[in-house]
Design a protein around this ligand. Structure first.
Ligand SMILES: Nc1ncnc2c1ncn2[C@@H]1O[C@H](COP(=O)(O)OP(=O)(O)OP(=O)(O)O)[C@@H](O)[C@H]1O
Length: 373
């Protein structure tokens, strides 16, 4: 289990990480989610051993990691751009960390690019020849070549071992980076924006694949991302960071439905905040009522995402002032009588600009916050 306790990390006078407490249980995937510059990468790098904390401790199963160098922490690292070794083929990259005991592997990278002087280079323990064995997914002993094959299969790249990494697509390169990090059974996998260099469609598909293979490999992982869809796809728990601090930790649906404050709700897509009242799981606000079982009884603030207001047969009549076609719906801007708010409509029946329509409240887009002051 990883435990971060009262952690501060400073760059000169900039306090990038402040008073962070975080635990990651064995087999758990935690996503660190927050806007650019909030300190996510710095926290990950401190856990990896790449940054030295100013205050606080990072421990693994009760052992303080201060003074334990990066390559003895037994952690696997994957960065945004994979940082594969261009002169090695796919198998050579995946086998990279398998040539010495897991706790003594240098990381594939120190963050700024591949490490040049690695002792694994040319170590010669290729497969069964060198007598070095590693446990396979089923608990059996495998030679290096067999473990590489197993990892390539896990990431959906069976048969790619002999390919040059420079001839792979971005998505394939990230899969190789992941296979390389997973091969030596790291006790913790640290992933820093592993999908952000990819285009959107590929990112969505790979996020689903990554979630599956983290589960299948039973990995304990911390994933840094600024993309909430990615965080919610991957994580058992999400830690939301802002200005160096973790402001909320919880299961994805808890964080999504009950953000701790307005800034967190805004970061998670809410752009309209209304006084509302909940009774027995039914939320009532100026746009009508909807079953919102996560709302506690009494006065609350409802944070509405665009999808919370849909064209339908509700009490409020509005005028459409703009419409934009999105992938699977139409985004509208409507005028509610002097105020512009976002709403959505189906593609088949989206109203034209200027149309008068009614809105209904859709629970899926509703977050509930404790009532403001
Ligand atoms: N090497 C450095 N020297 C000085 N300041 C740094 C350094 N690295 C990061 N910072 C600063 O520390 C703060 C946190 O940066 P960090 O990269 O951890 O944020 P982040 O949430 O990962 O952002 P992003 O998503 O943009 O990568 C920022 O204010 C950043 O400018």
């Amino acid at each position: 289990m990883l435990k971060v306790d009262g952690l501060d990390v400073a760059y000169g006078r900039i306090l990038a990480v402040s008073e962070v407490d975080l635990e990651i249980a064995d087999g758990e995937v935690v996503a660190l989610l927050g806007p650019s510059g909030c300190g996510k990468s710095t926290l990950l790098r401190a856990i990896a051993g790449l940054e030295r904390p100013t205050t606080g401790t990072i421990s693994w199963n009760g052992t303080d990691l201060a003074g334990i160098p990066i390559h003895r922490r037994g952690f696997g690292l994957v960065f945004q751009d994979g940082q594969l070794f261009p002169h090695r083929d796919v198998a050579g990259n995946v086998s990279f960390g398998l040539r010495m005991p897991a706790t003594q592997q240098p990381p594939p990278t120190l963050g700024g690019g591949p490490v040049a002087s690695l002792s694994a280079e040319g170590a010669g323990n290729e497969g069964r020849r060198g007598g070095l064995w590693i446990t396979g997914r089923g608990g059996e002993s495998l030679g290096i070549a067999a473990r590489v094959d197993e990892m390539l299969e896990l990431v959906g790249l069976s048969g790619y071992g002999g390919r040059r990494v420079t001839e792979l697509s971005g998505g394939e390169q990230q899969r190789v980076a992941l296979a390389r990090a997973l091969a030596p059974h790291p006790r913790l996998l640290l992933l820093d924006e592993p999908l952000s260099a990819l285009d959107r469609a590929l990112r969505e598909q790979l996020a689903i694949d990554l979630a599956r293979l983290l589960r299948e490999s039973g990995s304990t992982a911390l994933v840094v991302t600024h993309d909430h869809d990615e965080a919610f796809t991957l994580a058992d728990r999400v830690a939301v960071m802002r200005a160096g601090r973790i402001v909320q930790v919880g299961k994805p649906d808890e964080v999504w439905r009950r953000p701790v404050d307005e800034a967190t709700a805004r970061f998670l897509g809410c752009d309209l905040f209304l006084d509302a009242h909940a009774d027995n799981g039914v939320l009532n606000c100026e746009f009508g009522s909807a079953p919102v079982p996560w709302a506690p009884d009494g006065p609350v603030t409802a944070g509405l995402r665009p999808a919370a207001l849909r064209v339908g047969d509700g009490p409020t009549e509005v005028t459409v002032t703009a419409r934009v076609h999105r992938r699977d719906h139409v985004r509208l801007v409507v005028d509610t009588g002097g105020r512009r708010v976002d709403a959505v409509a189906g593609i088949a029946d989206a109203p034209e600009v200027g149309a008068r329509v009614r809105l209904v409240l859709a629970p899926d887009g509703v977050a509930v916050l404790s009532r403001r002051g």
